[in-house]
Write a protein that binds this ligand. Structure first.
Ligand SMILES: Nc1nc2c(ncn2[C@@H]2O[C@H](COP(=O)(O)OP(=O)(O)OP(=O)(O)O)[C@@H](O)[C@H]2O)c(=O)[nH]1
Ligand SMILES: [Mg+2]
Length: 276
């Protein structure tokens, strides 16, 4: 079997329900939800074409939500869920952030926390309201406003969903030290706390900085795994084994992350709302 076939077959045969029982968990996990976040236009929605690679079908621009009024043809505004057929994985596409303001961080945090408004518009609220809500939720995570939002606005935190955060960032993007430290904080303090694993980092537009393969673009980021990807896109959609392999490796790494979370849940009756 080729490398690509081996990777594909592991993804297809991975059974989260069976793993939950093998590990004697007190609950049954059913879904690995890959949750994308990153800067506007850095290639998050383009990752939805992982679907075609997994199925061995022709490239298709599945999450084509480009807004002609925005630069670079970018512009996802809806938080959308894309199940990967016949697997226990799904990918959740998210709007990109611009300046990583408080309000933007809250919107990124919501889907990682298991609170999200899937299939609805992601409207970034003002920083004042966001920072107020942030403060309230830090003091008392189960304040009335949290209950209200769980029952009336968002889906509740669910045992059956293992969340794998994935930071998508262009390989040729240089972050200044403030951006780097904000992102570092977000990955370790926020994403890790709610997901139980540090985000994977997918560096898109890999063809622009091929020399960055194997080097640390974010030396201060405590990510577990980092992938350089020349992803398929409208102008370059001919499938090739290298790109296919990279993409399948990313999906496999997401399964490894889910395994890490499952192992942390051993002996627990439920998936914890937050991880230490
Ligand atoms: N050359 C190249 N182009 C890419 C790559 N990934 C994405 N693109 C292109 O970059 C543009 C933006 O990609 P999107 O996937 O829409 O970016 P996004 O992160 O979803 O953008 P927002 O939804 O606004 O946050 C599109 O024109 C893609 O075709 C890549 O790896 N290489
Ligand atoms: Mg998008």
């Amino acid at each position: 079997m080729s490398n690509v076939e081996t990777l594909r077959s592991r993804i297809r045969s991975y059974n989260l329900r069976r793993r939950s029982s093998d590990l004697n968990l007190g609950f049954t996990a059913a879904k690995i939800s890959i949750r994308l976040f990153g800067i506007i236009g850095h290639g998050k929605s383009s990752l939805i074409n992982f679907h075609c690679v997994l199925n061995g079908t022709e490239y298709k621009n599945i999450a084509d939500e480009r807004n002609p009024e925005l630069p670079d043809g970018a512009g996802t505004t809806i938080l959308s869920r894309y199940p990967l057929d016949d697997t226990c994985l799904e990918i959740l596409d998210m709007s990109g952030y611009n300046a990583f303001k408080y309000s933007e961080q809250i919107e990124i945090r919501n889907p990682l926390e298991g609170k999200r408004r899937v299939n609805s518009d992601v409207s970034f609220q003002g920083d004042f309201i966001a920072s107020f809500e942030w403060a309230v939720s830090s003091v008392n995570p189960w304040s009335w406003s949290q209950w209200w939002s769980v029952w009336h606005v968002n889906e509740s935190t669910r045992d059956d969903t293992i969340i794998v955060p994935v930071l998508v960032i262009r390989a040729d993007w240089d972050l200044n030290s403030k951006e780097l430290s904000d992102l570092h904080w977000f990955c370790t303090t926020v994403a890790y706390r709610y997901a139980g694993v540090k985000p994977l980092v997918v560096q898109t537009f890999g063809q622009k900085k091929p020399e960055r393969e194997g080097t640390h673009v974010f030396p201060d980021l405590p990510y577990t795994k980092r992938f350089l990807l020349n992803n398929y896109h409208e102008e370059s959609s001919t499938r090739n084994p290298n790109t296919d392999q990279n993409i399948l490796e990313i999906l496999n790494a997401c399964i490894d992350c889910a395994e890490e979370v499952l192992n942390k849940c051993r002996g627990l009756a439920h998936k914890p709302a937050t991880f230490q």
